[in-house]
Design a binder for this molecule. Structure first.
Ligand code: SAM
Length: 236
């Protein structure tokens, strides 16, 4: 059996489709073709995905699949695939499953012996890492560190001996809090803070934590805006 044949006869396929992290042109021919040819697209944010689809004149039906309906919706999507539907899973940005709800459906599809075909696209952590100038041959990805200071400090403490480059996702309203927390737990290490990658206001701030803090100081009273990915050098 070739790897592209369905595992269950007459069963559909779940395509895990990577979509742009900002720039709508960062999309492959294969991604567009998959989105055009599947029966249904399960999207984390249907309004957001609709913009991508209308940009490329794609009219495939959309259904929502996000954090708060994933438990209820996954069995319905699995049933549809088992009945023969081909479904594409997309998230708001990047690769589904990386710090977004995709994982739940992928796990259920694996358990149901459903054929899964990944159709790769950009992923913010990889894009930020390669542009950081910090070693990218070995790294750890920690996702979001947490909402409370206690959660973040505890996670950072567990990373204090980590020798590999550390990659973190952070929201704009927590970025000014996390910089002093990093200095306190890991020291004034070299970092790269990538903002709005692939978008109009793309910016990559490099230097020690204190240098990046100064950049934000100079921008005051403007608050940090946009999407941030933080790369931290590993322990010496
Ligand atoms: N699945 C996505 C991926 O493959 O990159 C990540 C989803 S996660 C919910 C969203 C986080 O990714 C943001 O809070 C930010 O930390 C990071 N991110 C997404 N787009 C970005 C961009 N254009 N520039 C910098 N970071 C970005």
């Amino acid at each position: 059996m070739s790897s592209n044949e369905p595992l269950i006869k007459d069963c559909g396929t779940l395509y895990i489709v990577g979509t742009p992290i900002g720039n709508l042109k960062d999309v492959s021919f294969r991604v567009l073709r998959t989105l055009k040819e599947v029966d249904l697209i399960a999207a984390e944010d249907t309004r957001h995905t609709r913009k991508l689809l209308s940009h490329y004149d794609i009219h495939t039906p959309l259904t929502s699949f996000y954090e708060y309906n994933q438990e209820k919706k996954a069995p319905y999507l699995i049933k549809k695939i088992r009945e023969g539907a081909n479904i594409a899973l997309v998230s708001k940005a990047g690769m589904p499953g990386i710090s977004d709800p995709g994982y739940h459906l992928i796990k259920k599809a694996v358990e149901a012996d459903i054929q899964i075909i990944p159709v790769p696209g950009p992923c913010a952590l990889v894009v930020a890492l390669v542009a950081s100038g910090l070693p990218a041959d070995r790294f750890v990805f920690e996702g979001f560190l947490g909402r409370t200071r206690k959660e973040r400090i505890n996670k950072l403490k567990t990373l204090s001996e980590e020798k590999r480059t550390i990659v973190i996702y952070e929201s704009p309203h927590r970025i000014l809090k996390i910089l002093p927390e990093i200095k306190q737990t890991l020291g004034d290490r070299r970092i790269a803070l990538a903002r709005e990658l692939t978008k109009k206001f793309e910016e990559i701030m490099r230097g020690r934590v204190s240098d990046v803090e100064k950049i934000f100081d100079q921008k005051k009273p403007q608050k940090p805006r946009g999407e941030f990915t933080l790369i931290i050098e590993g322990a010496k």
